[in-house]
Design a protein around this ligand. Structure first.
Ligand code: SF4
Length: 508
């Protein structure tokens, strides 16, 4: 059976695992991908005009026509749900009997909305590795899949949502991810993406991780791979790709010092490439930081989000104190571990002085690598969405819009009102983005004044250019990853947009 994965965005490990399972069972798989240059999946340069110009929807559909799949599998984030619907509608217009399956985090958290287009035959909730082969086999044999766990389908009584499928309890038992799937779009040699864990132990109210974890029995969702399996994968893949860096794309690098010590020894002995990962300031002490440095960690990313402790604790559900943030960043400084910090804007109740505290705090760290700035966006299933509804910050229509994938995203969302005017937020966002390049320029200055006005006028491309200069100054390997990503994808195929009126929608 021929199965085509269709994806908007960069490399997707989940699809690589599904592809590996299907190939193991004798099916053929391929990928049609629009990496979403200049859109919200770009993460670097976001520009609506350029996004439209380099939209690859037609290339995706051309691939569908060439490959002639029996099944098209789409994976939706909330922000890509409508794109998935449009692609599925165009696929059905091309060949009506192609089966279309929709999976992804959005489906897991908002299964009712996953069948919002008549062009989606079935949606699949949860992790699908243990059911994907049976699903494909049954569809190939023309059998019903409607009783299968994980399946969301239409029934005479409305939408039928089956229980979650069994999930792989032992991550070591999974086959190696099928990296061939993304070889044409991503230069794997620049940056090898894998994971150490699935699931997170924290409860940030704005993040999907806690909402997904709640769907599983206590203690079952978070899983950690063994060091042997992880390093074994890297050894095998190094012989194929000779990658220069490893990117651990899991929510949290394991906090267990015993695991990290074992990993440090094995990884150093057998792989010895710089790596990038995510952590939490509350998990750090000097010993842990030294182990990470010893293992070869080049960069670690912490979510700080705001220096307003009250908002961080009570609205965002993050227990760390400002004191702990400073302590952890100081430890990183002491052991020579570079770090990125995430900051969230558009937070209700945030004050201008919170931005000043952030600037003064971050300016004092030489190991600060990058400040990543996002806007607060509400996603299905999160506590923050429900709290915002209860507090009257959004209404039921807003909630329905978010469920249908029409809400905001991390870059454009203005779903919740911040206490700081937009012009000033823009100035502080620009300052934070370029702060690692000019650490002494902004700290200790009073709010307002010429500098703030100037920074509010700095155009987006100029800010991005300065961020790139900073990456070049720090010899960040991700700079060559981005350059090659753009070079490879900008003119790779004839761009072309999907007709917005293609296909049918319920109610139209
Ligand atoms: S620590 Fe990160 S991954 Fe974990 S719940 Fe918070 S935001 Fe999500």
């Amino acid at each position: 059976m021929k199965i085509l994965f269709v994806h908007l965005g960069r490399e997707h490990l989940g699809l690589e695992y599904l592809s590996a399972m299907l190939k193991q069972a004798g099916h053929s798989t391929a990928l049609a991908c629009d990496i979403g240059l200049f859109g919200i999946n770009d993460n670097i340069i976001i520009n609506k005009r350029l996004e439209r110009l380099f939209d690859r929807s037609n290339s995706v559909l051309r691939k569908v026509a060439e490959y002639e799949p029996d099944i098209v599998c789409l994976s939706a984030y909330t922000t890509t749900l409508q794109w998935c619907f449009r692609i599925a509608e165009a696929v059905k217009e091309m060949k009506h009997d192609t089966r279309t399956l929709l999976g992804g985090t959005h489906v897991t958290l908002s299964p009712e909305s996953a069948l919002g287009s008549a062009a989606i035959d079935y949606a699949v909730r949860g992790e699908a590795e243990l059911i994907i082969v049976e699903l494909a086999n049954r569809l190939a044999a023309g059998e019903s899949v409607e009783d299968m766990p994980g399946v969301v389908c239409r029934s005479a009584d409305g939408i039928k949502i089956n229980a979650l499928p069994p999930h792989p309890r032992d991550l070591d038992s999974l086959p190696l991810p099928d990296k061939q799937l993304f070889e044409r779009v991503i230069n794997i040699r620049d940056d090898y993406m894998t994971l150490t864990t699935r699931g997170c132990i924290f409860n940030c109210t704005y993040c999907c991780e806690h909402s997904v974890r709640r769907l599983y029995p206590p203690g079952e969702y978070r899983r950690v791979r063994s060091v042997g399996s992880l390093v074994g994968e890297l050894e095998t893949m190094y012989s194929r790709y000779e990658f220069r860096e490893v990117y651990f794309a899991c929510p949290l690098f394991p906090p267990d010092k015993k695991w990290v010590a074992e990993f440090a020894a094995e990884y150093r002995a057998k792989i010895d490439k710089p790596f990038y990962c995510f952590s939490h300031v509350n998990l750090f002490d000097l010993e842990y930081a030294q182990l990470m440095k010893e293992a070869g960690c080049r960069n670690i990313e912490f979510g700080v989000q705001t220096m307003n402790e009250d908002i961080r604790r009570n609205r965002l559900g993050r227990p760390e104190t400002n004191e702990k943030i400073v302590e952890t960043l100081s430890i990183c400084e002491r052991v020579g571990l570079r770090f990125d910090v995430d900051a969230i804007f558009q937070l209700p109740g945030e004050r201008e002085e919170d931005f000043r505290v952030a600037i003064d705090t971050f300016s004092s760290f030489k190991m600060l690598h990058r400040i990543k700035v996002f806007n607060l966006a509400l996603f299905p299933g999160t506590d923050l969405l429900e709290h915002s509804l209860t507090e009257g910050r959004i209404d039921e229509n807003d909630r329905m819009e978010i469920m249908a994938g029409g809400g905001g995203d991390f870059f454009h969302s203005r779903q919740l009102e911040s206490g700081v005017p937009l012009r000033k937020q823009r100035a502080y966002e620009n300052i934070l983005r370029i702060l690692p390049l000019f650490p002494g320029l902004f700290s200790g200055r009073p709010a307002g004044g010429f500098m703030l006005r100037l920074m509010s006028l700095l155009p987006h491309p100029a800010v991005r250019f300065l961020e790139f200069i900073n990456l070049a100054r720090l010899r960040d390997l991700r700079l060559s990853f981005y350059i090659r990503l753009y070079a490879r994808n900008l003119f790779a195929r004839t761009p072309g947009r999907l007709r917005r009126d293609s296909g049918t929608r319920p109610g139209k």
